[in-house]
Structures are given as structure tokens and as C-alpha cells.
Design a protein around this ligand. Sequence first.
Ligand code: MF3
Ligand code: CO
Length: 261
Amino acid sequence: MQKVRIKTRAEIEKMQQSGQAAAIVLQRIAETITPGVSTAELDCVARETIAALKATSSFLGYHFPGHTPYPSTICASVNDVVIHGIPNETQLLREGDIIGIDTAVSLRGYHGDNAFTFPVGNISPSAKRLLSATKASLYAAISAAKPGNRIGDVSFQLQHVAESAGFSVLQNFSGHGIGRHLHEEPNVPCMGTPGRGLRLKPGMVLAIEAMVNAGLPDVELLADGWTVTTTDGTLSALFEHTVAVLSDGPEILTGSTIWTE
Ligand code: MF3
Ligand code: CO
């Protein structure tokens, strides 16, 4: 296994800046989301905001082994799309949709990564419950991201909060360490056992991702090689923060007002 990179205080300060840049991009997109807007327009807002921040998209051209390079700036995952939805000019948002936006930037050598699932206008009560449970599962996991705890404690919270609300978590995709690279060790799965896994130390920085399906946990990969959907067609939600594990507890690096409204 590759080694987990511990960040110095100076590196954490740089990651506070890249985290804030990623948060600003998500905030701009939040302001743009309304019925009738295309997911390609959201991608355009992200591209312009990232350029104005003198940052670069961490996703555009990203190469996962066995995949074509990722073609867009953001991932836009509508309704039953779980993750990695590719923005498209012909895909217009409709009242009642939910849309997961995942956006990461690189600024002065460090990445910040965050995601939020937004309601488009009025959404059904069951969709609201999915969004609030998924967000709650992320925050429970963040609270567990403190020195002395283990990855299993973080992952268990993601799973426990989501499943207690009657939903299921993704089995094949994980959050991740983050720093000079978008994806670093360790993996942060959405399911786990308390007391198991790597012990957390001050200076670790984790992109914790709550990925929750309303129905079954099973997913499918579409022919574009990226888009992941629920097999049963039910809704899926995603919330993600970049979090520094500090000696006095977790610090969210990608916070903004969209999380508190
Ligand atoms: N936040 C996701 C992740 O960290 C999104 C990856 S999109 C990709 O895996 F383009 F980078 F693949
Ligand atoms: Co991520």
C-alpha cells in the first residue's frame, strides 16, 4: 500500500485556500441551478469561476485506469445518476429534479474537492428525506474524523446514518485522501466497522464522500464509460467535504453558506 501523506501546518494552510476555491465554485453553481438550465451551462459557470480564481479543474482530463480522460470540469448527476454524470447541452433541469454537483480544483499545487446535491425548485418529500439523510451521514462521518479514531469509524458513520434512515450506501466507490494529488491514500469507503482500518493522525486530509441510494445499493456503468446510475432507477445523493484531521479535531476546508442555509 502507498503511504498516507501527512501534511504540515503550511500545507494545511494551502489546502484551506484550495478548499475555499472549490467551495466558491460550488456556491456559484448553486446560484445558477433553476428549472430550464442545462448541465452544460453549469459546467460553463464552473469553468469561468475556476479561471477567475486562477485555479484549474481537477477533473478535466482526469485519467482513471481503464477509462477515457474525464471530458468536463464538473460531474453533474441528476436523479438516478449516482456519480460522474457528464454535463450535456441537451439535459435541462426540471422542477422536482435533484442534481449532485461534484467539483474539485487545484490551486498552487493542492487540491480541494467537494460535492452537494441540490433540489431543483420543489422536490418530493421522499427526495428531501434522501438529501437530509445523506448530508447528515456526511456530517456524522466528519465528526468521527479525529486523531485516534480509525477509517472504519468514519465509514461506519456514513453507513449507519444512511441505513438508519432506510437508505443504502455505495459499495464500490469511496472517498479518498487528498493533497498534491486528487486521489491519495487512504480510501474512505461508505461502509465500515468501528475500530477497524487505518488510525487517523493529525495532518491527514480526507475527501469524505457520502454516496447514498434511496433504493438498492446496486449501480451500473453507462456506455459513456463514466456515468454511474442506480440499477433500480431510484434517486441517489452525494455530499462531499475535504476535511483536515487536526490535533483538536476535524476541520472542514470546503465550508460555505450553502451548507448552513
Ligand atoms: N469526487 C470524485 C472523486 O474524487 C469525482 C471524480 S471525477 C473525475 O472520485 F473526473 F475525477 F474522475
Ligand atoms: Co472526491
